[in-house]
Design a binder for this molecule. Structure first.
Ligand SMILES: Cc1cc2nc3c(=O)[nH]c(=O)nc-3n(C[C@H](O)[C@H](O)[C@H](O)COP(=O)(O)OP(=O)(O)OC[C@H]3O[C@@H](n4cnc5c(N)ncnc54)[C@H](O)[C@@H]3O)c2cc1C
Length: 408
């Protein structure tokens, strides 16, 4: 049986390896000059390849269509991913939050490992070859028309990725291929992306640790709240909390929403006030602007002063209880105004894709075309950061490769 896998990313490579290991003649078609271009930039070049957790915990980190992934994640859970790579000679390590990385800290080693196994299995890898159309006869795919000619096939696995970081090859054209054969593609949204804000405090590069950030909509309702880290960018805010927030709020128009940052979440207003009062009494002759070093990162001090409108040159022993209350309020509720979520192209993942209603959740087989399967980010599933998205690619790739090769 000849199985053509379209897309040599994480999902496609896993699908081709699995199909070949299960007796199929696997052909892997990739439009780029090399395989796994996106893998190179994952985990800041270190590739957070999975999250070493149980399938149950895994699924709680899936934002869109959790239930659909139940079968694939149980069939090929994170533990199997680690075993798979370890057995091929790639040593791994598990870091904070169960995040798994190659021991070498090199994302390229993940791609190399998959590539070596594909070669060992005799998989036909066609680089610099883009699939332009899917050719159907009597309701079944018979061939693929590519930039290097027609490739005949018994079955096809589409693993073309999403529409983010188009320079890596996943430019959304896979969705057009899916649509051309009758599949529904849901609306696409950026996920795991920064938020642009109205204010420009020139804080780009400043990271905030141990803060709590809430996103509040027009009606004053808190629609997201989380403790952790954030990072100011040149035009907004990013970092772990914001990326997670984006996964939940990306379908709304967030223009005008409030991003409320509690810079001192461990302290109540009263305790924070007492702490400030103590600092002020120790430094009673200092000016306000020189009194906040113990409380705030250097670069944030002038911004907080600007927001409180307290005279920076005022001696702290002259600061009134009312002014202190304003300071406490600002530290507990430093606000930014959201303008919009970052662009799809700069998003870590694409939310939306081929409708899961049209895919068998056990086998990844199309419910519309018998000899078509899907794998990876092009399916309408997405998860949080922490290695979950690559694991989705590996699990769905494994399922598609296995069932395409073993089912009639
Ligand atoms: C900056 C960044 C960092 C990330 N870090 C992590 C991380 O640390 N951990 C994690 O779990 N996830 C991470 N992700 C997400 C993760 O990389 C993706 O979810 C995952 O790579 C998707 O794999 P895929 O195989 O489905 O798609 P892709 O990796 O996008 O692969 C699709 C492939 O198909 C090819 N292709 C497309 N159309 C055609 C066609 N018509 N013909 C031939 N080939 C075609 C493309 O060239 C591409 O190589 C990160 C993403 C980004 C952008």
């Amino acid at each position: 049986m000849k199985i053509c896998v379209v897309g040599g990313g994480a999902a496609g490579m896993m699908a081709a390896v699995t199909a070949a290991r299960n007796g199929a003649e696997a052909v892997l078609i990739e439009s780029n000059e090399k395989l796994g271009k996106k893998i190179y930039i994952t985990g800041k070049g270190r590739c957070n390849m999975t999250n070493f957790c149980s399938p149950q915990t895994f699924l709680t980190n899936v934002v869109t269509n959790q239930k659909f992934l139940y079968g694939a994640i149980n069939l090929f859970p994170p533990e199997k991913t680690v075993e798979f790579f370890n057995s091929l000679g790639l040593a791994t390590k598990t870091e904070r939050g169960d995040r798994v990385f190659p021991l070498s800290d090199k994302a390229s080693d993940v791609t190399k490992t998959l590539e070596k196994e594909l070669t060992r299995l005799g998989c036909d890898i066609k680089l610099n070859t883009k699939v332009k159309s899917i050719d159907i006869n009597n309701g079944k795919i018979v061939s693929l028309t590519t930039t290097s000619g027609i490739v005949l096939c018994d079955k096809v696995i589409l693993a073309c990725g999403g529409a983010s970081y188009a320079a890596t090859g996943s430019d959304g054209n896979g969705f057009s291929l899916a649509k051309s054969v009758g599949h529904t593609v849901t609306n696409l949204y950026p996920s795991l992306v920064d938020i642009k804000t109205k204010e420009d405090y020139s804080l780009a590069g400043l990271s905030l640790t141990n803060v709590n950030i809430s996103i509040v909509d027009y009606s004053g309702k808190t629609i997201f709240s989380q403790f952790g880290e954030a990072l100011f960018t040149h035009d907004g805010i990013s970092g772990p909390i914001i990326l997670t927030a984006s996964a939940y709020i990306n379908k709304q128009n967030i223009n005008g929403f409030t991003i409320a940052i509690d810079l001192k979440p461990a302290l109540t207003n009263e305790i924070l006030d007492a702490r400030i009062l103590r600092d002020f009494s120790i430094n009673s002759n200092k000016t306000f602007k020189n009194s906040l070093n113990g409380l705030l990162p250097e670069r944030l001090i002038s911004v907080i002063i600007e927001v409180t409108k307290i005279n920076p040159d005022k001696k702290v022993n002259q600061i009134t209880a009312e002014e202190r209350a304003i300071l406490v309020k600002t530290l507990k509720n430093f606000t930014l105004t959201a303008v919009k979520i970052g662009d799809l192209n700069t998003a870590v993942v694409t939310s939306g894709g081929v409708s899961v209603k049209e895919i068998n959740p056990k086998t990844m087989q199309s419910k519309l075309i018998e000899n078509l399967y899907f794998a990876g980010e092009m399916i309408d599933v997405d998860a949080l950061t922490g290695g979950f998205n690559l694991q989705i690619a590996f699990s769905t790739g494994y399922a598609a490769g296995l069932y395409a090769a073993t089912e009639k």
